[in-house]
Ligand binder design. Structure first.
Ligand SMILES: Cc1ncc(COP(=O)(O)O)c(C=O)c1O
Length: 416
């Protein structure tokens, strides 16, 4: 980083500050992680200098002999890791990957079905303020009030009634395993395309810790930077029958030149994700999430669906009378970083909802285990029971910093 320090000390210093923050706090935002140094080196490489609109062997610019090989390696590794017929590694991120699927499989105003945002779905699955809710006709399903889970019989009845052209499975705040096979069968029954968005759980799917949608879905989209632990990016896996429309849905329908430095880093992340160590990592993410959920339950917290099967926990604080935002801000002051979140059937507003959302991908990347989750859960409870007690929060912050010093962050590249 010496070049950056000399050229732009302001940005250098801000990066250093963020590095220290990432070292000193317990990061539990479930969509975040720590990439490896190898992934960051590829991301920071000279591949950022190259334009390469098109696909390997069919580009609109010269000088592609090495870029083509990089993209082919990323595609090959993605196909083999997930057992897919075809992969497109060019989407700039998760939202563009989803938009490309809309471009490929449906037309404007078609009926599209997805999990509602307040029930854990993503903006791009048909939420009204998003392109997906504005340019298509969204119908949104939810989870059952009593269980906090998707009810597949109700889903089938709903799909038969509304006859969507495209059904999305996948979520941004759903703590339970998704039955992709059931989704696939329902989509077949109603003659809809089925797209699965595994942005959050891709690492768990790659490691075989969560069932894979690949055999059941026409298209599977993902980000590459959450549990998969790669660079900020996106990817689409699909069946051979739709490969051509999916590729065209990305380029030229949506994007221009692919971000080749990201493509290289995705290839590196896929290589890392195909190792036995990554499988252990993914298993530990789930073990840690269960241990943290158990600790929170033992302190009387109400968890949506009663617990977790994956990397994520959604805590409903309605019975504690602390709004999610108050809790998340107090926790942040104590170095316990997560986000406030709507819970299903929330009576509060999205800007000050009843829940908090947390997860274990980052803490697991630092090597934390079940006993460490007990410490984190205990400290969370201390803070959430004393949100106005600044002295106690400062004391917890010191304990958290001391605790974090035992777990070096992966991928640390920056010199002093
Ligand atoms: C399920 C799901 N899909 C898509 C996305 C969008 O990804 P991005 O923020 O990279 O556009 C997210 C982001 O959190 C997500 O949770």
């Amino acid at each position: 980083m010496s070049q950056l320090r000399n050229t732009d000390s302001e940005i250098f210093q801000l990066i250093k500050n963020e590095e220290k923050r990432q070292k000193d706090v317990v990061r539990m935002i479930p969509s975040e992680n720590y990439t490896s140094a190898a992934v960051m080196e590829a991301t920071g490489s000279i591949l950022t200098n190259k334009y390469s609109e098109g696909y390997a062997g069919k580009r609109y610019y010269e000088g592609q002999e090495f870029i083509d090989e990089v993209e082919k390696a990323a595609i090959q590794r993605a196909k083999s890791l997930f057992g897919a017929d075809h992969a497109n590694v060019q989407p700039y991120s998760g939202s563009p990957a989803n938009m490309a699927v809309y471009h490929a499989l449906v037309k404007p105003h078609d009926i599209v079905m997805g999990l509602g945002l307040p029930h854990g779905g993503h903006l791009t699955h048909g939420w009204k303020v998003n392109f997906s809710g504005r340019y298509f006709t969204p119908v949104q399903y939810g989870v059952k009030k009593e269980t906090g889970r998707i009810d597949y019989d109700e889903l089938r009845d709903f799909a038969k009634k509304v006859k969507p052209k495209l059904i999305w499975a996948g979520a941004t705040a759903y703590p339970r395993e998704i039955d992709f096979q059931a989704f696939g069968e329902i989509a077949k029954e109603v003659k809809a395309y089925f797209a699965a968005d595994i942005a959050h759980i891709a690492g768990l799917v790659a490691a075989g810790v969560h069932q894979s949608p690949v055999p059941h879905a026409d298209a599977v989209t993902t980000t590459t930077h959450k549990t998969l632990r790669g660079p900020r990016g996106g990817m689409i896996l699909c069946k051979e029958e739709v490969a051509d429309v999916i590729d065209k849905g990305v380029f030229p329908s949506l994007q221009g030149g692919p971000h080749n430095h990201t493509t290289a880093a995705i290839a590196v992340a896929m290589k890392e994700a195909s190792t036995p160590e990554f499988v252990e990592y993914a298993k530990q993410i789930v073990k840690n999430a269960k241990a943290l959920a158990d600790e929170l339950l033992s302190h009387g917290y109400d968890l949506v669906s009663g617990g977790t099967d994956n990397h994520l926990i959604l805590v409903d604080l309605s019975n504690r009378d602390i709004p999610g935002k108050v809790a998340s801000q107090a926790l942040d002051r104590a170095g316990l970083v997560l986000n406030y979140n709507m819970v299903p059937f929330d009576t509060r507003s999205p800007f000050n909802p009843s829940g908090i959302r947390l997860g274990t991908p980052s803490v697991t990347s630092r090597g934390m285990k079940e006993e460490d989750m007990k410490f984190i859960g205990t400290k969370m409870n201390e803070v959430m029971s004393n949100v106005d007690n600044d002295d106690l929060i400062s004391k917890v912050k010191n304990e958290v910093t001391e605790f974090c010093s035992k777990f070096p962050i992966p991928g640390l590249l920056l010199g002093e």
